[in-house]
Design a protein around this ligand. Structure first.
Ligand code: DC
Length: 232
């Protein structure tokens, strides 16, 4: 169906709208590497929490910048989940970075330009040979502006909150309510879309997918159709 040329696929969009699910499915279907760039911002946030750089809800930016080169992030394939786990300074942090405490600070960390510069550089190195599907907020606009295929994914806030809430419950988190999940999502989207540094915007040449009423199979089918159209 597809040529042997290994292309770059950039997927951006709002929190919990199904970007990663679609990105993973595409990577699996095409035999590409999947990179969850949000995990990297979450990894820096976890580091800041562990080092006492975030206190009373405030990020001590100077302290974080002084320690930025002590942060080493990497992905390793997990044969059980069939996806890559994030490692922070050689520790597997895949589960802990999904916790609400990390989620509540990550947008503040992601707004710091030196943090972005470090992670964007690492992401560009990971994708330099193509054959990659990367999801995030600035992948089609900043990380890979020349990506052969770009998607911008969205869904209604209520639907996104319900999906995220269900995911957290399935992972055993019973302390957060649906309303709290929804307000965190809305706040994060607001911060991510209005920050001065690489805000979340749809790249002009990105194909829009609204996942509100589409099944996973329908989303994958639509994306594959679009890839085929753009390549041939
Ligand atoms: O995709 P996610 O929810 O795991 O992302 C976590 C946070 O990181 C999100 O609030 C926005 C930020 N982020 C970003 O600014 N740029 C990216 N490329 C990926 C994520």
């Amino acid at each position: 169906m597809f040529s042997t040329k290994k292309i770059t696929i950039a997927i951006d969009g709002y929190s919990s709208c199904g970007k990663s699910t679609l990105a993973k499915a595409l990577a699996q279907q095409l035999g590409y590497v999947f990179i969850d760039s949000g995990a990297m911002y979450r990894g820096v946030t976890l580091f800041a929490i562990q080092e006492g750089i975030i206190q009373q809800g405030e990020v001590n930016e100077q302290k974080l910048l002084a320690k930025l080169n002590e942060i080493s992030l990497g992905f390793k394939f997990n044969p059980v989940s069939q996806h890559s786990d994030l490692y922070l300074n050689n520790m597997n942090v895949e589960h802990i970075i999904r916790q609400p405490e990390v989620a509540s600070y990550v947008s503040k960390i992601a707004a710091i330009s030196q943090v972005r510069a470090k992670l964007v550089h690492e992401q560009q190195v990971m994708g330099k040979s193509g054959g990659i599907v990367m999801d995030g907020r600035d992948i089609g606009t900043v990380v890979f502006p020349n990506a052969e295929v770009k998607f911008f994914v969205t869904a209604l806030p209520e639907i996104r909150a319900e999906r995220r809430f269900k995911e957290l419950r399935e992972k055993g988190n019973n302390t957060i309510s649906l309303e709290e999940v929804k307000s965190n999502l809305i706040l994060r989207d607001e911060l991510d879309s209005t920050r001065t540094e690489s805000p979340l915007v749809k790249a002009e040449d990105a194909f829009l997918i609204d996942t509100s009423t589409l099944s996973r199979e329908e989303q994958l089918h639509l994306a594959l159709q679009e890839i085929e159209k753009r390549l041939f």
